[in-house]
Design a protein around this ligand. Structure first.
Ligand code: NAD
Length: 504
C-alpha cells in the first residue's frame, strides 16, 4: 500500500477558492470537513441556521419557476452542463479528496452530472402527456404532467455530487425548486457544486431566489425537512435504516418519497461463462470505490464445477491490487470513508468466520497512520448466513456455490435488498431465464456485465429494502411531477358519464 503524500485538506481549500466558494462558509463551530485520504481537516463548515426559511424560499420560488415554459427551464440545465464541463477537473479532484475515489472515478462522477444535464435538456422538450378517448360526445380528455413543488434531495457520501445532479436536473426541468441536504461527510463537494450552479443561474438571469438551495446539516436537518408539508417530494439516497425513517415521516404527512437505498448485489457465474471477462467484471465491481458503491458486487454465486478455478484466479488478482492514496498513478483502491467503516469491515469478517466462512484473501488493514486503508477480502461461505444478508459498505466479496441454475437464481433473490444483479453465461436459455419474470427480482439485471456502473439513460433503483424508487433516465421524471386528468366539454350539452341522468 502506498502512503498518502501531500495533505489533502490544503488542496481542498485551494480548489474551493478556485471554484468560487466564498470564505464565509468556514465557521469555528460547524461540521468538520475532512479527507479520508489522510484524515486531514480542511476546516469547519457552517450549518444552515434556519430550515423554515429554506422551505419558505423554495415555496416562493415554485410559484415563479412553474410559470416558465419547460424548454426555458431546460436552458438553465444546459448552462449548468456548460459550467460543469468548465469545472470538471477541479470538481472531480474534490470528489477524490473528500470521498476518496480514484482519479478516473472522480472524473466519471462529474461526467455523470454532465450526462444527466444533457438528458434533462432533451427531456425539457419531451414532457408528454396523453390524449384519451372520451365516452361523452363533444368532449376530450387528456393526461398532463404539472410541476409538483419543492423537492428535497438527501444524498449519501459515496456519490457526493452525481446523485444531486440526477435529481436536480430532472426536478428543475419539471418545474420544481430543489433543496439539497448532502451527506455531512461530504459538505465541500456540495458547496463547490452549488458555486458551479450559481454561475449557471447568474448567466440564466431569470431564476427566482431560492430555486436551488443547499442545506449543510446532519441527520437532524434531513429529519426536519422530511417532515415539512411544504415539500411534496423527498428523494432520499442512503442506507436502508435512513430510508425506513424517511419513508415513515413522509408517509405520515401523505407526502411522496423516492427511495434509493442499500444493495446486496450478486453475480451468477455459470459453467459456460467467459471467465476472462468475469474476472475483470468481478474485480471492478467488487473492489472499485473500495466497495463503497450501492451497486458493489457483494455475493458471487458460482457453479460448483468452476468455483475452485475462478477463486484461484481472483485470489491472484486480489493479491496485486494497488491500494493507496487515490491520487496516485495506477492506484485502483482508495480509502474507506472513516474509521467506523473500517470497524464495520473488521466486524463483518469476524462474523463471517464465526458463521463458517473462510477468508481466501485480503481482509487486513493498512499500516497504522492516517486514513483507513484495507485489503479487499474474498470469503468463501457455506450458506447465505446473517452476515451475507447484510450490506457491509466495504470491499468484502462472499463466494457461494450452486449446482442447479434455478437454485442459483433463488439464492440471488434470497436477500432483503433488490438493487443490481447479473449473470455471466454463454447460454441464451440461462440469460433469458435470468431476465424473465421468474428470474432476478432486482431493479437492475445484466448479462455478461457486472452489477456496477449503470448508464444514466436507464431508470436507476431497486426493489425490496432498496426502497423501490427510480431515478435518472427512462420515465423517472414522472416522479417529480403531478399527474392531472383533464376533461374539456366543447359541446352545448352536459352529458354525464356512465349514462347517469340528473335533470334539474
Ligand atoms: P446514510 O444513510 O448514513 O446517510 C445518507 C444521508 O441521509 C445523509 O445525508 C444523512 O445525513 C441522511 N440521514 C441519515 N439519517 C436520516 C434520517 N433519519 N432522516 C433524514 N436524513 C437522514 O448513508 P451513507 O453512509 O452516507 O451512504 C451509504 C449508503 O447509501 C449505503 O447503504 C448505500 O448502498 C446507499 N446508497 C444507495 C444508492 C442507491 O442509488 N440505491 C446510491 C448511493 C448510496
Amino acid at each position: 500500500m502506498t502512503v498518502p503524500t501531500a495533505a489533502a485538506a490544503a488542496e481542498c481549500r485551494d480548489i474551493l477558492t478556485r471554484l468560487g466558494v466564498p470564505a464565509s462558509v468556514w465557521s469555528s463551530d460547524g461540521f468538520e470537513a475532512r479527507s479520508p485520504i489522510d484524515g486531514s481537516v480542511a476546516g469547519r463548515v457552517a450549518e444552515t441556521p434556519d430550515l423554515d426559511v429554506v422551505a419558505d424560499r423554495a415555496t416562493a420560488a415554485f410559484h415563479q419557476w412553474k410559470r416558465l415554459p419547460a424548454p426555458r427551464r431546460g436552458e438553465l440545465v444546459r448552462l449548468l452542463g456548460e459550467e460543469l464541463r468548465a469545472s470538471k477537473d477541479d470538481l472531480a479532484r474534490l470528489v477524490t479528496l473528500e470521498a476518496g475515489k480514484i482519479v478516473s472515478e472522480g472524473l466519471g462522477e462529474v461526467q455523470e452530472m454532465i450526462d444527466i444535464c444533457d438528458f434533462a435538456v432533451g427531456l425539457s422538450r419531451q414532457i408528454y402527456g396523453l390524449t384519451i378517448a372520451s365516452e361523452r360526445p363533444g368532449h376530450h380528455m387528456r393526461e398532463t404532467w404539472q410541476p409538483l413543488g419543492p423537492v428535497l434531495v438527501i444524498s449519501a457520501f459515496n456519490f457526493p455530487v452525481a446523485v444531486w445532479a440526477w435529481n436536480a436536473c430532472l426536478a428543475l426541468v419539471c418545474g420544481d425548486p430543489v433543496i439539497w441536504k448532502p451527506s455531512e461527510k461530504t459538505p465541500l463537494t456540495a458547496l463547490a457544486t452549488q458555486a458551479v450552479l450559481d454561475r449557471a443561474i447568474a448567466r440564466f438571469g431569470e431564476a427566482p431566489e431560492g430555486l436551488a438551495q443547499l442545506v449543510i446539516g446532519g441527520r437532524e436537518a434531513g429529519e426536519a425537512l422530511a417532515a415539512d408539508p411544504r415539500i411534496p417530494l423527498v428523494s432520499a439516497t442512503g442506507s436502508t435504516r435512513m430510508g425506513r425513517a424517511v419513508a415513515q415521516t413522509v408517509a405520515a404527512r401523505l407526502g411522496r418519497s423516492l427511495l434509493e437505498l442499500g444493495g446486496n448485489n450478486a453475480m451468477i457465474v455459470t459453467p459456460s461463462a467467459d471467465l476472462d471477462m468475469a474476472v475483470r467484471a468481478i474485480a471492478f465491481s467488487a473492489v472499485g470505490t473500495c466497495g463503497q458503491r450501492c451497486t458493489t458486487l457483494r455475493r458471487l454465486l458460482v457453479h460448483e464445477s468452476i468455483a475452485d478455478a475462478l477463486i484461484a484466479r481472483l485470489k491472484a488478482a486480489y493479491e496485486t491490487l494497488p491500494v493507496g492514496d487515490p491520487r496516485g498513478d495506477g492506484v485502483l483502491i482508495g480509502p474507506l470513508i472513516d474509521e467506523a467503516a473500517g470497524a464495520a469491515f473488521d466486524d463483518a469478517l469476524m462474523q463471517a468466520e464465526a458463521e463458517g466462512g473462510e477468508v481466501v484473501v485480503g481482509g487486513t488493514r493498512g499500516a497504522e497512520g492516517p486514513g483507513v486503508y484495507v485489503r479487499p477480502a474474498i470469503v468463501r461461505m457455506p450458506a447465505q448466513t446473517a452476515v451475507v444478508q447484510h450490506e457491509t459498505f466495504a470491499p468484502i466479496l462472499y463466494v457461494l456455490t450452486w449446482s442447479d441454475f434455478d437454485e442459483a437464481v433463488a439464492m440471488q433473490n434470497a436477500v432483503p435488498q433488490g438493487l443490481s444483479s447479473c449473470v455471466f453465461t454463454d447460454s441464451v436459455r440461462e440469460a433469458e431465464a435470468f431476465l424473465s419474470a421468474w428470474g432476478s427480482d432486482c431493479g437492475i439485471a445484466n448479462v455478461n456485465i457486472g452489477p456496477s456502473g449503470a448508464e444514466i439513460g436507464g431508470a436507476f433503483g431497486g426493489e425490496k429494502d432498496t426502497g423501490g424508487g427510480r431515478e435518472s433516465g427512462s420515465d423517472a421524471w414522472k416522479a417529480y411531477m403531478r399527474r392531472q386528468t383533464q376533461t374539456v366539454n366543447f359541446s352545448r350539452e352536459l352529458p354525464l358519464a356512465q349514462g347517469v341522468k340528473f335533470e334539474v
